[in-house]
Ligand binder design. Structure first.
Ligand code: FAD
Length: 329
């Protein structure tokens, strides 16, 4: 290791012990059929810039029941064939339910799905994302073909209450954090959360804030839970400038830094592909040089030129430590 490497002499204290996680219990060649148990918009009103639905699926009496933990995903195989006459490929959706499911018996798996809508630049025809629109069109009682669970790293540690958490989400990236926070609430079993949890949530418009009422309710219920929103395309009375989630990290750093200095704290990032670069750049600017290696190990070659970092430098030149968890799509 180079002597100029600031992390060389700093032991990584607080590395989490991760659980052994089962995955691929239901494989794509033998999927199960679940039934939609509930479906509702989880953006605020019709003014939201996108449509996101909270969808609960009953998987009781199937091999998927009781198999997942929060943070994992499940697979959906949309019906029908592609334009090439073959079956659609499976799409993954993050589980938004706690580990024992929405009703506590491992039978109801949940996600939140954003309708993918796009326009073909040449033909100016509307392109509807196959699986997201199929799922959002489903009604209660409709059948849906599922696989999973998938993912073994983006989960809570084995002893979750040994740690504090900074959760950073954009859009539907909130899904795993809803489940994880519900697990932490359940594990705490007291009037407050035993772990400190700060949730940073970035969306384009205020009306796109997902699960907003639940999250606001938790801020009132749990002293150890804080919720920090970042609206990127307009200002609000509470937020006089437009902000991405990493700008919120800057503005609220005075509130978050005691957590980030604490060796108990883990950082989880989930949402739009590319968001991790801005978050990593911001952490590199905010954290003192002796503190940064607890989360990120930066190649000395690029350490002084943070503003010119590019996503392709992850993970070779910008390496996350075992205290950082990333799921972007
Ligand atoms: P697709 O049909 O796959 O379309 C995708 C893109 O291709 C669109 O941008 C569309 O414009 C373009 N396209 C479509 N048809 C054409 C065409 N004929 N010609 C040219 N271009 C076309 N999503 C969520 O909403 N919630 C989640 O919780 C979630 N969790 C995820 C977790 C993981 C680990 C991963 C990997 C992904 C997750 N996703 C989640 C994303 C999800 O898996 C899908 O990618 C997403 O829903 C889009 O799928 P789709 O079938 O609707 O779109």
């Amino acid at each position: 290791m180079s002597t100029s490497d600031p992390s060389a002499s700093i032991p990584l204290i607080g590395e989490p012990v991760m659980p052994v996680v089962d995955q691929h219990i239901v494989k794509p060649d033998q999927p199960i059929v679940g039934k939609v148990h509930a479906t509702r918009l989880c953006t605020d009103s019709r003014k939201a810039s996108g449509f996101v639905r909270h969808i609960e699926i009953d998987v009781s009496n199937t091999p998927l029941a009781g198999t997942w933990i929060s943070g994992q995903s499940f697979g959906v195989i949309p019906p029908g064939l592609t334009e090439h006459g073959v079956s659609h490929k499976l799409r993954l959706y993050s589980i938004a339910a706690p580990s024992d499911g929405e009703t506590g018996d491992g039978n109801i798996i949940t996600t939140c799905v954003k309708r993918v809508l796009d326009e073909d630049w040449d033909s100016h025809k509307l392109l509807n994302g196959v699986c997201s629109n199929y799922m959002c069109d489903l009604n209660v009682g409709d059948e849906i073909t599922l696989t999973g669970p998938v993912g073994k790293r983006f989960v809570l540690p084995k002893n979750p209450l040994d740690h504090d958490y900074v959760f950073i989400a954009t859009g539907t990236g909130i899904a795993p954090f809803r489940g994880m926070i519900m697990d932490l609430i359940q594990a705490s079993g007291t009037h407050d959360l035993s772990s400190k949890v700060a949730l940073l949530m970035g969306v384009p418009y205020e009306t796109d804030l997902l699960y907003h009422d639940t999250l606001l309710h938790w801020t009132k219920q749990f002293e150890n839970f804080t919720y920090h929103t970042a609206i990127s395309r307009h200002t609000t009375p509470d937020q006089p400038k437009k902000m991405y989630v990493q700008d919120r990290l800057v503005d609220d750093f005075h509130l978050l830094s005691p957590m980030l200095i604490n060796k108990r704290t883990l950082i989880y990032i989930c949402g739009m592909a590319g968001m991790e670069l801005g978050v990593f750049q911001t952490l590199a600017k905010l954290l003192p040089p002796d503190q940064l290696p607890q989360f990120l190990k930066i190649d000395p070659e690029i350490a002084s030129d943070i503003d010119h970092w590019e996503r392709k430098m992850i993970p070779k030149k910008i390496k996350k430590s075992k205290r950082v968890f990333l799921e972007v799509y």
